[in-house]
Design a protein around this ligand. Structure first.
Ligand code: SAM
Length: 243
């Protein structure tokens, strides 16, 4: 069965474009700036799978000169509407036309690999991303943990999808976003830490850090499982210089 990118749908794109950093999403971005500045020296950034530009604007606000790219025409259109001065580019799934090799200090991919099926395709995309990064650049993947699909969260519900618990790496799973108007289930692809690590090895990356932010009791959110189970994982990747 072919996997359809949920974000090619105009109603979903419109709904997603209104999303900021509420609830569980706050946790995804809370520690990201500190992680970025620990590793990144320059200011040229690529936001791979920029969607409606939320993660691109986040990087621009940190001082990066960011290019956002996405395969969804609708998401790119909304990103441009919201941020007229921003740089956004529609790309084809298997081509990165117009993006210069070895030119980015930072490549961020926020929630994009949650939507990418096929293990080989993921490795090819990672190899392409590595070719765009400067020799001492960094790729950061911010994605869902498998556990996000098994529990309840301030921003998400999965209780209607008990079948998620049986999913293996690469299988489709369903989740409902509580922070947006569009309450239809989103279909993602589940990937486990070992799948990610194997694909990083295959693509010639060195895994520099893995972060799994947890919620804190003093934060102004009604956490459900966020203080004990991590919904997000942040992988920091550098060139494997030994290859
Ligand atoms: C969940 S959205 C995240 C958007 C944005 N990064 C954010 O944090 O708000 C995932 C995005 O990845 C895009 N995407 C999926 N596969 C892609 C691919 N192969 N190349 C580029 N973008 C892709 C989707 O179209 C969608 O806009």
């Amino acid at each position: 069965m072919e996997f359809k990118n949920s974000y090619s749908d105009s109603v979903r794109a419109e709904s997603y474009s209104k999303l900021g950093f509420p609830n569980t999403y706050f946790l995804a971005f809370r520690d990201l700036a500190a992680i970025i500045f620990k590793y990144v020296k320059g200011t040229k950034a690529l936001d791979f799978g920029c969607g409606t530009g939320r993660s691109t604007r986040y990087l621009n606000n940190l001082g990066f000169e960011t290019t956002g790219v996405d395969i969804s025409e609708e998401m790119i259109r909304l990103a441009k509407d919201r941020d007229r001065k921003g740089q956004y580019q529609l790309i084809k799934e298997d081509r990165f036309d117009g993006l210069a090799k070895q030119s980015f200090d930072l490549i961020l991919s926020a929630f994009t690999f949650d939507n990418i099926p096929d293990f080989n395709k993921r490795i090819h995309l990672l190899i392409r991303l590595r070719s765009l990064m400067k020799h001492d650049g960094i790729v950061i993947l911010l994605d869902s943990t498998p556990e996000i699909y098994f529990h309840e969260w301030a921003s998400f519900s999965t209780k209607d999808f008990p079948e998620n618990r049986k999913a293996k790496g690469g299988d489709p799973v369903k989740i409902i976003m509580k922070d947006v108007e569009d309450k239809r289930a989103v279909e993602d692809i589940i990937w486990f830490e070992e799948d990610y690590k194997f694909s990083f090895d295959m693509a010639g990356f060195e895994l520099l850090e893995t972060a799994k932010p947890l919620g804190r009791d003093n934060e102004p959110f009604v956490w459900i499982n966020e203080t004990s189970i991590a919904p997000w994982v942040i992988y920091v990747l550098g060139n494997n210089h030994e290859l």
